[in-house]
Design a protein around this ligand. Structure first.
Ligand SMILES: [Zn+2]
Length: 347
């Protein structure tokens, strides 16, 4: 059974290839983080060595070993840690590709096909990418290479040209909802919200279910944003100062807050434009009232300001200045505060 959610075109292609024994020797799966690239590659890895009738059966010894990461013919190559500093290296090295080549030159240990999954093809060092080219050009028989990339444009064109490209598309909300309803420890009333906040990426939905604190944090941050929309400059500048201080200690958290803001104001734009069915934050009960208070131009303009602030923070402009300026630009409106949202997990 395939565990990939959505991606019907890719699954149809792989099923045809398996049925006719005409799979390509190398695939490049590209799509944003959490879209399901690793799930799809593991599905394919299980399928090529499955001994069941309907491949991948998920039950034969080969499928179970692959699923548990114990199949000797399935290797995942990704970033590794420096042995001394224990920090993650920033590139996949030529040595790692050399090890892959040696392994690929040997016949499979117990399956039909050796599978090599390169997790982060855009992270191959130039030397590693060059060395991999030879293997992709003259593949050993019974070898399957699956390259995964979040940013395909960063993968050397020479590598891309030797793979069959599979573009992974955002999974429709209805498909995500159906999957979440199949029992992932989430209350049914939270399914529509979690499915929308995933932006088409199943991994994001499952992460939200696994970490209920993350959804609570989003609610708190958006409540604070709504409070700021109603506040004067004094309160806004105090908050800007807090965010700037936090940026100095943990940049990612402040950037994450701006991402939440961007998503919120984008929802507001959709509400204002008369497309409420496309809104992600369906729990934000104040959106309709706020959209009535804001003009389309105000919303558009503030979205541009959030993006500019993000950009300034990336370019190391004074965080305090950038955030204070953003607070100055935020439209000031009086609206009712949101009600408390339901809890995510079943108790
Ligand atoms: Zn099987």
């Amino acid at each position: 059974m395939w565990q990939t959610i959505g991606q019907e075109r890719a699954l149809a292609l792989f099923k045809r290839g398996l049925a006719s024994a005409q799979l390509s020797h190398a695939y490049l799966l590209s799509g944003p983080p959490h879209i399901g690239k690793m799930t799809l590659s593991m599905d394919l890895a299980r399928a090529v060595n499955c001994t069941g009738l309907e491949r991948p059966c998920g039950e034969c010894e080969s499928c179970r070993k692959t699923g548990a990461g114990l199949h000797p013919d399935v290797q995942i190559i990704g970033l590794i840690k420096n042995e001394d500093t224990k920090k993650l290296l920033t590139e996949i090295s030529i040595e790692q590709v050399g090890d892959l080549q040696r392994a690929a030159s040997l016949p499979p240990f117990e399956g039909r096909t050796k599978v090599f999954i390169i997790d982060g093809a855009e992270l191959l060092s130039p030397d590693a990418a060059n060395r991999l080219l030879k293997t992709l050009e003259e593949p050993s028989p019974n070898c399957l290479f699956i390259l995964l990339a979040s940013e395909e444009k960063l993968v050397p064109a020479t590598v891309v040209s030797r793979c069959q490209k599979i573009d992974m598309r955002p999974v429709p909300v209805a498909t995500l909802e159906a999957s979440l309803r199949q029992g992932h420890g989430i209350t049914l009333d939270m399914v529509p919200l979690v499915a929308r906040l995933a932006h088409g990426c199943p991994g994001r939905a499952f992460n939200a279910v696994a970490d209920s604190a993350a959804l609570k944090k989003r609610t708190d941050l958006l409540d604070k944003l709504v409070m700021m929309i109603q506040s004067g400059y004094d309160e806004r500048f105090v908050y800007a100062g807090q965010l700037a201080l936090q940026f100095g200690q943990e940049r990612a958290r402040t950037c994450e807050i701006l991402d939440f803001w961007l998503e919120y104001w984008h929802d507001l734009l959709l509400e204002k434009a008369g497309c409420p069915e496309l809104i992600c934050g369906i729990d934000r009960t104040e959106l309709a009232a706020l959209a009535k208070e804001c003009s389309l131009e105000e919303i558009r303009s503030f979205i541009t300001n959030i993006r500019a602030c993000h950009d300034h923070l990336r370019k190391n402009v004074s965080a305090k200045l950038a955030l204070e300026n953003l607070m100055l630009e935020m439209p000031r409106k009086d609206i009712a505060l949101p009600k408390e949202t339901a809890s995510l997990k079943e108790s």
